[in-house]
Write a protein that binds this ligand. Sequence first.
Ligand SMILES: O=C/C=C/C(C(=O)O)=C(/O)C(=O)O
Ligand SMILES: [Fe+2]
Length: 302
Amino acid sequence: MIELVDIAYVRSGAADLAGAVRFATEVVGLEHVDGGEPGVAHLRADGRHHCLAFVEGASGVIASAFTVADPGALALAETELETRGFAVRRGDPDEARSRRVGEFVAFDDPFGNRIELVVGQQTLARPVRYGRGAGITEFGHLCLDAPDVAEAHRFWSTTFNARASDWIGDAACLMRIDEVHHKLAVFRGDRPGLCHVNFQVAELDDVFRNWHHLQEHDVVIEMGPGRHPQSGAVFLYFLGPEGLTYEYSYGVRRITDEAAWRPRYFDPAERGSIDMWLGPTQKPVTQPQISSPQLVPEGIHP
Ligand SMILES: O=C/C=C/C(C(=O)O)=C(/O)C(=O)O
Ligand SMILES: [Fe+2]
C-alpha cells in the first residue's frame, strides 16, 4: 500500500496562457510565481511553491500530483505500481525542476487519469502575494472523473491509503488521506478528466464576497453558493478559461476520530443531497485529460 501524504499540484494545458494566468490571479486570487520558464506559469495558494501549473499548449488536464514521504517511499511506490501492472515513468531532471519537486514518477490510473507521485515539493518561505483578497488559505482538494466510482474507490483504497469519507450513490466518492474530509474526490464521468480544483477560504463571508466578485466579472457560476451535507462546507463552483472548474469552499469537516468514522451513503436523487440549501445543482464541467504519450501498450493495467 502506497501512503499518500498530501495533494501537491495540478498541471493543466492552456491554449491562452496569459488569459489563464490573468483569470487565476485577478479573478480567483492566486499568486503568479514567476519562475522564468517560458511557456509555464506557476500559481500559488499556500506554502507550496505552486499548486496549479499552466503549460502553454492544448487545453486539458495534464496530471494531478500527490506527495509521498521521501525518496525511499517513492522508490517503493514505483516498484509496487509496476508489480500491480502499471507502467511507471520516472520524470527527468528538467521535468522535476519545472514541477519544483526533487523527484517524481508518472502513471495512468485504471481510467486514464495521469497521476504523478512526487517528493521534495518546494516550499516558499515568504507569505503568499495573493492576486486579490479572495480569502484563500490553501489548495483544498482535487476531483477526478472515472466511469465507475466504486471501481475508482477500490483502486485508490487498495493501491493507496485513501479512505472513503462519504458516497453520493454511484455518482461520487469523497476520500481522505489525512484528517480533512476529502482531498481527493472521484465523480462519475464518461471520460477521464479533472472535475474541479478546490481552494479553501478563511471565512464564510469570503464565499459570498467572491460570489459577488465573480458575478461582477461575468464569470459562469456552475453551482452555489450552497452547502454540501458531506463535508459540511459552503461551496461555490465557477468555470474558468480552458474548461477548468474552480471551487471555493469554507468549513470543510475534519475527521479526527478515524476509528469512529463510518462513510455515509447519500442518494443523489434526494433533493438536498448535494446542496442542503436546495439550490439548483449540476455536475461541474470536467476538464478532459489530455491524451499523453502511452506509457506502455494498452491493456496492461489490471
Ligand atoms: O456533490 C457533492 C460534493 C461534495 C463536496 C463536499 O462535501 O465538500 C465536494 O467539495 C466535492 O466533492 O468536491
Ligand atoms: Fe469539491
